[in-house]
Design a protein. Structure first.
Length: 410
């Protein structure tokens, strides 16, 4: 009897193939929206937060001024004081940041050629090592740009000491197939050899803002900006000079006008008797044809998914209601033969549930084939909401059905 009731209510049968097709298509759109909102949500949020105006601090050590500064016996102490002042100024937020490339011996570790700087520049010969895009950053930089580790960890306070024998390294997501946590890497940076250890891999789709563009970290190697709070030996002074020169030229975020910040830095530079550091302004908007790296596409698909949910819900409800009106005499006969209102409502809810669940399963599987991810949880929430909404009017109609009148054709 239950199968016959399914047929009467229009849940089963060839005449409702179009209903199934529309519902399946609706859930394909819904699962696509789930992928864009949930699957790429972190990237877009992080991207939007980072597409803000910041400034790059740059030194002016050129020609005679550079020779004079490098010859000063207290040059490292000057940079240490400037670094402390920048990191502790209450009128702006400073982040240590440097962009020297990392060199890795050709025979020591072989990453795919496409990840090398030589490949980007079209250079086919190598001088014993290959170069890789790298940044040297402080903890403030990681916090400001919301860096997250997909595997392993980010830098800890002790990682930034220039006295560490082993330097912790973070790799972008594209390196994860070639190195593992705990691997030891021998590399060259700012003219010195280092021993590094892989401590983490950055989450795919992480970005940061430099003076000209938003940069993805997927192909980057990240090293801590090394500082010293202890006395430096003669051996470490040259290294400290190079590293401080590298990352004191960092980034500033502030609501103050650019000229105000520049005046503050100029005053401090004058006190330290060095050429004034200058500010380089960044671009604040990064739009593509779809908006900010797909943000408008995400919103468009989300709106389409909402419309599809509403349209599909109305369609299923209208089809079931029309079938109940059309065949209310047959339904009344089934009730008169012992089928209770409660059982009928249960069968109705199960039928509507099957339409939604099977259609959603098809949508999730299709998306899984293309993305490798099954976003079943948000889709399951939508399915539950749909079933509740679609059952309301048909169940209400069943409850108000007058058996005697329906059997008499009224």
């Amino acid at each position: 009897m239950n199968i016959e009731v399914f047929a009467i209510l229009g849940v089963k049968g060839r005449r409702n193939i179009s209903l199934w097709i529309n519902t399946i298509f609706a859930y394909i759109v819904i699962t696509s929206a789930a992928y864009l909102i949930v699957g790429t949500g972190f990237s877009l949020i992080q991207l939007r937060e980072n597409a803000q105006e910041i400034y790059r601090v740059t030194d002016n050590f050129f020609g005679d001024s550079a020779s004079e500064f490098y010859g000063r016996p207290n040059n490292v102490e000057v940079l240490q004081e400037l670094n402390y002042w920048l990191n502790n100024h209450e009128d702006f937020f400073f982040m240590n940041f440097g962009r020297h490339h990392i060199g890795i011996d050709y025979g020591n570790l072989l990453f795919p050629e496409r990840l090398t700087i030589e490949y980007e520049l079209g250079i086919v010969t190598y001088d014993g090592f290959r170069s890789y895009n790298s940044i040297q950053v402080g903890s403030r930089f990681l916090d400001y740009f919301s860096f997250e580790a997909e595997d392993g960890r980010l830098f800890e306070p002790s990682d930034f000491s220039i006295h560490n024998d082993i330097v912790p390294i973070l790799f972008g997501s594209e390196y994860q197939a070639y190195v593992s946590l705990g691997d030891v890497i021998y590399f060259w940076l700012v003219g010195y050899d280092f021993i590094g250890e892989v401590v983490g891999f950055l989450r795919e789709g992480t970005y940061y803002n430099n003076p000209h563009d938003l940069i993805s970290t997927d192909r980057l190697i990240v090293v801590p900006a090394q500082v010293s709070e202890e006395p430096l030996s003669n051996e470490n002074r040259n290294l400290a000079l190079h590293t401080y020169l590298n990352h004191v030229s960092g980034l500033i975020s502030s609501d103050l006008p650019r000229q105000t910040i520049q005046n503050l830095i100029t005053q401090k530079s004058t006190m330290l008797n060095i050429p004034p550091y200058s500010l380089e302004q960044t671009v604040s908007l990064y739009l593509t044809m779809w908006g900010m790296e797909g943000e408008q596409l995400q919103a468009t698909i989300a709106i389409a998914a909402i419309l599809m949910i509403v349209i599909t819900g109305f369609s299923i409800s209208i089809v079931i209601i029309s079938r109940i009106h059309e065949l209310k005499r047959d339904i009344a006969i089934y009730i008169a033969c012992g089928l209770s209102h409660r059982s009928l409502k249960y069968i109705l809810a199960v039928g509507i549930g099957l339409i939604n669940l099977l259609s959603a399963a098809v949508g999730v599987l299709i998306l899984g084939l293309f993305t490798g991810n099954l976003y079943w949880l948000p889709v399951l929430i939508v399915v539950g909401t749909n079933i509740s909404a679609q059952c309301y009017q048909p169940i209400k109609l069943i409850s108000s059905l007058q058996i005697s009148s329906a059997m008499n054709g009224e």
